[in-house]
Design a binder for this molecule. Structure first.
Ligand SMILES: Cc1cc2nc3c(=O)[nH]c(=O)nc-3n(C[C@H](O)[C@H](O)[C@H](O)COP(=O)(O)O)c2cc1C
Length: 424
């Protein structure tokens, strides 16, 4: 059976069942691997060909010097100079634990993403554990511009972690937005909104001691004035770029709560440093609308990219194309199964833990699994994954169900996809 817009529309209700099997934006995974996932924690190749210190040429993205005693005007100018040097990326892969790892970043880059965040790394574990460092942070020279994100609650530990990655990235980012229980227990992420002096000291420590700029990713407060005060404090402490997720700490469910773009606009207008927006982006038109409405420099996308890594190249999944069928969406000539194959090839080249691969396969093949749940069950039953098994899974789905195309607006020309050095 060929999947098309009309037969997918009535399949939307069971979507929830898939989402509950995978992880939603409100439940991003624990950055410290769960021992019960031990098999999936294994790297997909014993041969670690991406040891950062060996294979990545250090290319410091220096601000010139740590911003020790610079005035806010000078720091603002430097922040903009750095951002412009990076080409003012508009389309950005958001940080996602277990999901914005190197192969996925490269896949998104091939389909239009202009910058990316790593998954959140736990600064203390990063400083203490070599295995965690090697497993959770890999990069390569094409993987730029890159934000490396940490969670932290101790300035010295954060600095030690940041020093290790600064030669390989364009920003060291502090996660101030994670609303999960694990963050409450660990006292990091959005729970630091209750301890702003500590947040200030984290930002200052990095700004005064790193040669790359510091960025922060925040959630908004329920009250706009609190949000503005918070953002100004971050800027004054030395933050060079601010990403604002337009939901409060309690608005965990992104499907239930719309992100508040008007608050993001106010933050953008109040600051001198570049501001990015996050929330409510489901297609490329949303990106344009967000930039127009808020005046931000660029937009981060998370959940949409997981299902559709080609969103920044103007592609939509059947669901979102069906919602706008009257606008004339047509098969864009790109298939979810082929995207999975591209992703797997990138994983063969840049090994990552199997749990990350499993998660992406679930999300990218979601539409297909809804039609052929028995194939999803085969994947779930497979404790030990291999590339052979996963390529076979895609073949099986193709034999069973034709293809799952991504859609494009009829009148838009196929975008000029970047010739990726990673093309497979
Ligand atoms: C699987 C998953 C993992 C996430 N991990 C992180 C993370 O490591 N750091 C972070 O700041 N936000 C994380 N988030 C939140 C996203 O970066 C983003 O702020 C949120 O999903 C809203 O954006 P969206 O509407 O485009 O999904 C994660 C979200 C998802 C879905």
């Amino acid at each position: 059976m060929k999947l098309n817009l009309s037969n997918l529309r009535f399949m939307r209700t069971p979507r929830k069942s898939l989402i509950s099997q995978t992880r939603t934006m409100t439940q991003y995974p624990d950055p410290v691997p769960d021992p019960s996932q031990v098999v999936d924690d294994l790297i997909c190749s014993e041969q670690r060909d991406v040891q950062i210190r060996e294979t990545v040429e250090a290319a410091p993205a220096s601000l010139g010097s740590p911003s020790r005693v610079l005035s806010i005007d000078t720091r603002g100018e430097q922040a903009w100079a750095h951002w412009k040097k990076l080409g003012r990326p508009k389309y950005i892969v958001a940080p996602m634990v277990d999901n914005s790892e190197l192969p996925f970043r490269l896949l998104c880059q091939k389909y239009g993403a202009q910058a990316a965040y790593t998954p959140m790394l736990h600064s203390r574990i990063f400083t203490e554990t070599e295995k965690y460092r090697n497993q959770e942070f890999t990069t390569c020279k094409e993987d730029r511009p890159l934000f490396v994100q940490f969670c932290a609650n101790d300035p010295d530990t954060l600095l030690e972690a940041a020093k290790r990655v600064e030669p390989y990235c364009d920003y060291v980012d502090i996660n101030l937005g994670c609303p999960q229980r694990i963050a409450r227990r660990g006292n990091y992420g959005a729970f630091l909104m209750d301890n702003l002096p500590l947040v200030k000291s984290l930002v200052e420590k990095l700004a005064q001691n790193l040669n790359v700029p510091v960025s922060c990713k925040i959630r908004i407060f329920p009250n706009l004035q609190d949000t503005l005060k918070y953002a100004k404090m971050l800027e004054d402490a030395g933050c060079s770029l601010l990403a604002v997720h337009g939901r409060t700490r309690d608005e965990k469910d992104g499907k239930k709560f719309r992100a508040d773009w008007s608050a993001i606009k106010e933050v953008r207008n109040a600051l001198r440093i570049p501001v990015l927006a996050n929330g409510n982006v489901r297609c490329i038109e949303d990106v344009d609308n967000c930039i127009e409405e808020t005046g931000v420099e660029g937009v981060l996308s998370a959940e949409t990219l997981l299902e559709n890594p080609a969103v920044f190249a103007g592609f939509r999944t059947a669901e979102w194309a069906a919602d706008n069928e009257k606008e004339g969406f047509v098969d864009g000539g790109l298939d979810q199964g082929d995207l999975v194959v591209e992703y797997l090839k990138l994983c063969e080249k840049h090994p990552v833990p199997w749990r990350m691969i499993r998660s992406h396969v679930h999300k990218m093949l979601g539409e297909w699994f809804r039609v052929h749940p028995q194939v999803r069950e085969q994947l779930n039953a497979q404790n030990i994954l291999t590339f052979e098994f996963l390529y076979g899974l895609v073949d099986k789905l193709k034999e069973l169900g034709g293809r799952v195309p991504l859609y494009k607006k009829k009148q838009i020309d196929t975008p000029n996809l970047q010739e990726s050095p990673q093309s497979v």
